[in-house]
Design a binder for this molecule. Structure first.
Ligand code: ADP
Ligand code: NA
Length: 292
């Protein structure tokens, strides 16, 4: 069965500068890197590369940035018939990175902020898994989750950036958060206890990604923990998005939870071995080679 991602599409413009500018200051860096991004697009690319038929619903502008925005999606074979071209500009993330690797990010939401419930596909026929994040207007994410539930589709939410909408969690089957999002949503405590608190608010499965320490998944009956694959880390950008896309793709292909989680962690680690997000994501053959 197949995956529908409803989410954001951006172009990331990254400058490695001498410092992050203070108000009124100008800092200099060499050439900017211009690359496709946005959590929705990143996760769709990861899902497509992991072998599941994948479609993306979202929006770009009818401007020069759309070609960059769609490059990785096309390469990964993601279906784009529900990707809308709106009057607003393609979403842009302006990223300044200092010599210590600290960053400051300004997001111009553009077309992403103009996506409304009317842009959702009229039917979810053939879709087994809906994958959502929180970079589109809340009304769209909520409407998509409601539509998914009504169509008996599995609803996966990556609650990034962290936000707690009281109506959304009960519609979610599988919640994925990183440590920061876990803390913001569940308050302080041990990871398993925090995850259990989120479980009590609706989802059947809660997965917590723990960066270089791997990931943890709690269901009503079991706790699954996985260490991270030891890799030479170059750039962790895109790790979380790879995890969500690959996990959902492998579940959609019918794999059991533990195998889908293991593949997701391995793929996310491989994304850390190369610069960038979409451009760094492994294809399924590379993931498989590390699963053997
Ligand atoms: P996010 O990018 O959303 O903050 P994490 O940093 O938790 O998410 O990373 C997601 C997953 O990527 C982790 O669960 C792990 O499997 C993998 N990962 C992240 N950082 C590393 C690392 N340094 N080494 C190996 N795997 C990593
Ligand atoms: Na990367």
């Amino acid at each position: 069965m197949s995956v529908l991602v409803v989410g954001s599409v951006n172009v990331d413009i990254t400058v490695r500068a001498s410092a992050i500018p203070a108000p009124g200051e100008t800092v200099l860096g060499p050439a900017a890197q211009v690359s496709p991004g946005g959590k929705g697009a990143n996760q769709a690319v990861a899902a497509g590369l992991a072998g599941a038929p994948t479609a993306l619903c979202g929006a770009v502008g009818a401007d020069a940035f759309q070609e960059v925005a769609l490059r990785g999606l096309r390469r990964a074979g993601v279906a784009l018939s529900d990707l809308h071209r709106l009057a607003e500009a393609t979403g842009l993330a302006l990223i300044t990175v200092d010599p210590h690797g600290e960053n400051a990010i300004t997001v111009a939401s553009g077309a992403n902020a103009a996506v409304g419930p009317d842009h959702l596909p009229s039917t979810l026929a053939g879709i087994s898994h809906l994958l959502l994040q929180q970079e589109l207007p809340e009304a769209v994410t909520l409407a998509a989750a409601q539509q998914g539930r009504a169509a008996r589709v599995r609803v996966v939410l990556n609650a990034a950036p962290a936000r707690v909408h009281a109506d959304l969690l009960p519609l979610v089957h599988h919640l994925v958060v990183n440590e920061h999002e876990l803390e913001a949503m569940a308050g302080p405590g041990e990871h398993a206890a925090q995850a259990a608190r989120l479980l009590a608010r609706g989802p059947e499965v809660v997965t917590v990604t723990l960066g270089a320490r791997g990931h943890l998944t709690v269901t009503g009956s079991q706790t699954l923990t996985f260490p991270a694959l030891a890799v030479p880390v170059v750039d962790t950008t895109g790790a979380g998005d790879t995890f969500c896309g690959v996990m959902t793709a492998r579940l959609a292909l019918g794999e059991p939870l533990d195998r889908a989680l293991r593949a997701a962690g391995v793929a996310a680690a491989l994304t850390c071995t190369r610069p960038g997000a979409q451009d760094a994501m492994p294809d399924w053959a590379e993931v498989q080679a590390h699963l053997a």
